[in-house]
Design a protein around this ligand. Structure first.
Ligand code: LMR
Length: 398
């Protein structure tokens, strides 16, 4: 049977880490996959996660199934975390439904299936560029993909006018996939005025925003990063959000995510949720409990939540501090490119703006792994490797 299959190429992001693992270079640095590392190059289990996990396991008396939509504490905690005070207002009117998913990917995929049920083969607009897995996730659900310009590689800023002009041509009922914050792969985020204009456009032209919220708290702060999502939730009758707890809780391998549907009536919202549950049932039945349970404990206890916010702020501070050190170092070490743009971007990623040959030189000669697009994971830079990373990038960029 399997002889009929062709061997597929490795995943462009995850596959590179496999190559990195086998690299014998003693100075090697992995700046490819989007995983946070501390100053010693480790991706630690957060203290708060260890603590909440102990409490959870201590209190756990059964491994029986949880509710099909997920752990109730996780679901209410996540809708409040993502939507803020608007969550309570929408909950009173039964206009918001949250369903636990296996990671943010699970949320993007299942929510795409639900959208495709509403409008089979409907159009979804994705940013150019976007995260490499967006197209496979939404495309596999049957949606038709169109692209809007997003990042200007020359100026290293957002093509906002071009983006608005393109989306202005979209048809009523089209879906717009957006990154809430820490745009992956560019790190270039919409500012509040741009979110306001976009919300106005979506409302006027009846476009459905579908917001991928994978990095809440990794950019400017938990509340600041949610500005666009909350603006859309306030202004529009309908919204879909795919949230992930991989990064902000460091729960990558536990696969913790949520999809949030806001509908214009309670019946429409309930129907969207029922389709999400049915899609999940015919795929994996329900999301795993362990990681979501931990998040539920943290979000529903004031002390645990405060401790989590402190640890999250430390991670964010380290990334933002490393951005400064990186661009200052690069600007001092070479003169052909001004890397200051790295300091005005957010989250783990930025494009260095170097070409594929230069990317391969970094990888093959110096063991520094970044994606071919020149996407770098700033969170992989630490005290122990920053001098080496700066020196080698400056060398190939010059
Ligand atoms: C990334 O973009 O590197 C992360 O989101 C990990 C992944 O699954 O691609």
């Amino acid at each position: 049977m399997f002889n009929h299959l062709d061997l597929l190429p490795a995943d462009p992001i995850l596959g590179l880490s496999q190559v990195f693992a086998k690299d014998k270079c003693s100075d090697k640095v992995n700046l490819s996959v989007g995983v946070y590392q501390d100053d010693r190059g480790n991706t630690p289990v957060l203290d708060i996660v260890r603590h909440a996990q102990e409490i959870m396991l201590d209190e756990q008396t059964s491994k029986a199934y949880i509710a099909q939509a997920g752990d109730p504490g996780f679901l209410s905690g996540m809708s409040e975390l993502v939507l803020g005070p608007i969550a309570a207002k929408l909950t009173v009117n039964n206009r918001v439904a949250t369903v636990q998913t296996p990671g943010g990917c699970g949320a993007v995929r299942i929510a795409s299936e639900v959208i495709n049920k509403c409008k089979p083969g409907g159009k979804i607009w994705i940013s150019t560029p976007t995260w490499a897995n967006h197209q496979p996730l939404v495309g596999s659900a049957g949606l038709t993909i169109a692209e809007y310009p997003y990042y200007d590689r020359n100026t290293k800023t957002i093509f906002f006018d071009e983006m608005m002009a393109t989306l202005g041509q979209a048809s009523r009922g089209d879906v717009v996939l957006l990154h809430a914050c820490c745009h992956n792969p560019t790190g270039a985020d919409l500012n509040t005025a741009q979110w306001d204009s976009l919300a106005e456009l979506c409302k006027a032209n009846d476009l459905l925003p579908f917001i991928d919220f994978a990095y809440q708290g990794f950019g400017q702060g938990l509340q600041e990063d949610a500005y666009g999502v909350r603006k859309m939730a306030e202004e529009l009758d309908e919204l879909v959000v795919a949230a992930s707890c991989s990064k902000n809780f460091g729960l990558y391998r536990e696969r913790v995510g949520a999809m949030i549907f806001i509908g214009n009536t309670s019946n429409a919202t309930a129907a969207a949720k029922s389709h999400a549950l049915s899609e999940a049932r015919r795929s994996y039945t329900m999301a795993p409990y362990h990681g979501a349970g931990i998040v539920g404990y943290i979000l529903n206890d004031a002390k645990l939540r405060a401790d989590w916010e402190t640890e999250l702020a430390d991670m964010r501070g380290r990334i933002n501090g490393m951005r400064k050190r990186l661009f200052n170092g690069l600007n001092q070490a070479q003169s052909s490119t001004d890397f200051s743009f790295i300091g005005s971007q957010w989250g783990m990623f930025s494009f260095l703006g170097i070409n594929v040959e230069q990317v391969l030189e970094l990888r093959n000669k110096y063991g520094i792994y970044i994606l071919e697009s020149s996407r770098i994971n700033v969170a992989g830079i630490s005290d122990s490797n920053i001098d080496y990373v700066v020196e080698k990038i400056a060398q190939v960029a010059n």
